[in-house]
Design a protein around this ligand. Structure first.
Ligand code: NAD
Length: 496
């Protein structure tokens, strides 16, 4: 084991909500204890904000919004760029906090997330000026044009699996377009966001960027239902996404949902031809997101391998996946950390136990019945599974992948699309005609070919089917989701 890195926590006295440019403890003094899942030990307490804090934050955001929207987009962009710069400068410190609370290894995940989040802020900072409207030539005497207008106050709710990245996406999209924001981080992992707030303190005018820490059914539900929130932007499970959608529909609040997935990874024989076995197997293993304990919405968690290469590919994929060093997320040598809490560990274990009872075979891994010292299951690949088993259909959100052989293209397209989800897909083939056919046929918002990388600022990202609505990571996504088009038609008087 390497020497464990230690996080420098947000100042404990400051670790409540951040409202109207100041730290705020809930009036009733209630707190939530944040735990380190790698060590199963408490880290610190944060305020348990409720509808009272959400209400204060919404009032502050509403008061700040007229001035914020009137600021030139380029000026708003400059502030986002500056926040990105500050985050980059403090990335190591923020990454340690992130690793401690989320269980995502500092080496493979949390450092990259901190830098990626800074990149998102800088991207939106740069493109904030690109908020163009339309004009139509209507002949002399008439001028018609449209502008992009912010919705007003955005309420964003995010999960714990990549909180900093997702938080920075929400901040960037809302603020660059002239909206003010009330952000609720997940109760398991709000600390990296609070570190970000420390970095942002004093940067934006008070009320523009507010954070309320609290539970989903309290602070989260208060955001979803608040009449002063014009747009709700939610990232999390499809189950909670449906509740949020109902609440937003009641007042026609605008809505973006980034939800769960059960993404297919499909490997054709030519992918491993010409000496590519090793590199293809590595990319397949990356696509499965074992290094994030499988706790990634885009995890390629259903691996479909052509029957002709099953025997050649599977041992190498298994070897690469099993080679990940599992342990404390703050150990600089560890590749794969801990799943976020005991409840999640139990859920993962239950899926595996059910598959085992149905007769599945374990190619690698196990999820021990006894919870380990940290919630650190090993990478697990299960075979002998049908595509209609629960473990192949539902989002396990742990390092548990199913591998299923296929015979031909038509069969694998049918299996890949036989799901309620449509978030991501990974194709492994070098046949351009096949790539074109499959990228057209597969229901997914994001398809990667011969690689298993992360989201790219500038490229739209979002799911179809029950994986969500709307898209993020691009200025086009921000404009569609965080503004409305206002059309103006002017009858120009003849000045002659
Ligand atoms: P979750 O839905 O349980 O929680 C997400 C957030 O919603 C948390 O902040 C939580 O406090 C809040 N919440 C919970 N109940 C609520 C309620 N009744 N009203 C309002 N808010 C409520 O999700 P999770 O388990 O924390 O995160 C994992 C899920 O997120 C997975 O399904 C994963 O696929 C999904 N996810 C999707 C994306 C994407 O971009 N599509 C990215 C990351 C994670």
């Amino acid at each position: 084991m390497g020497t464990l890195l230690e996080p420098k926590l947000p100042d404990a006295g400051l670790a409540g909500s951040y409202i109207n440019g100041a730290w705020h403890w809930p009036a009733d003094g209630r707190t939530i204890t944040i735990e380190n899942p790698s060590r199963r030990a408490p880290i610190c307490d944060v305020g348990r904000g409720t509808s009272a804090e959400v209400d204060l934050a919404v009032q502050a955001a509403r008061a700040a919004q007229p001035a914020w929207r009137s600021l030139a987009a380029a000026e708003r962009g400059k502030l986002l760029t500056e926040l990105g710069r500050r985050l980059e400068e403090n990335a190591e410190e923020v990454a340690r906090v992130l690793a401690a609370e989320s269980g995502n290894a500092i080496k493979t995940q949390s450092r990259g997330e901190a830098m990626g989040a800074a990149g998102v802020l800088k991207y939106y900072g740069g493109v904030a000026v690109e908020q163009k409207g339309e004009t139509l030539p209507l002949g002399p005497g008439l001028l018609s044009y449209s502008t992009r207008e912010p919705h007003g106050v955005v309420g964003s709710i995010i999960p714990w699996n990549s909180p900093l990245q997702l938080g920075c996406v929400k901040i960037s999209m809302a603020l660059s377009t002239g909206n003010c924001l009330v952000l609720k981080p997940a109760e398991d992992a709000p600390l990296a966001i609070l570190k970000l707030v420390e970095l942002a303190d004093g940067l934006f005018p008070p009320g523009v960027f507010n954070v309320v820490t609290g539970l989903g059914e309290e602070a989260g539900a208060a955001i979803a239902n608040h009449p002063g929130i014009d747009k709700v932007s939610f990232t999390g499970s499809s189950e909670v996404g449906k509740l949020i959608g109902h609440a937003a529909a009641d007042r026609i609040a605008k809505l973006t949902l980034e939800l769960g997935g059960k993404s297919p990874t499909i490997v054709f024989p030519d992918a491993i031809a010409n000496g590519r076995l090793d590199s293809a197997a590595q990319q397949v293993a990356n696509a499965m997101r074992f290094a994030r304990q499988g706790q990634s919405c885009t995890a390629g968690s259903r691996l479909f391998v052509h029957k002709d290469i099953w025997d050649a590919l599977m041992p190498t994929v298994a070897e690469k996946s099993a080679a990940l060093k599992v342990g404390d997320a703050l150990d600089p040598d560890v590749d794969m950390g801990a799943v976020v809490n005991s409840e999640r560990y139990g859920e993962i274990r239950a899926y595996v136990a059910e598959a085992q009872a149905e007769g599945a075979t374990f190619l690698i891994g196990e999820v021990p019945e006894e919870e380990p010292a940290g919630f650190t299951p090993n990478p697990t690949i299960i075979t002998g599974v049908d595509n209609d088993w629960r473990i192949a259909r539902e989002e396990v959100f742990g390092p548990v992948m199913v591998a299923i052989p296929f015979e031909d293209e038509a069969e694998v397209i049918e299996m890949a699309n036989d799901t309620h989800y449509g978030l991501a897909a990974f194709l492994f083939t070098h046949d351009i005609s096949r790539i074109t056919r499959l990228t057209r046929a597969i229901d997914a918002g994001w398809i990667q070919v011969n690689q298993g990388g992360g989201q790219i600022p500038g490229m739209s990202y979002g799911g179809t089917k029950q994986s969500g609505m709307g898209s993020e990571y691009s200025i086009e996504g921000a404009l569609e989701a965080y503004t409305y088009r206002k059309c103006v038609t002017i009858n120009i008087e003849d000045g002659a």
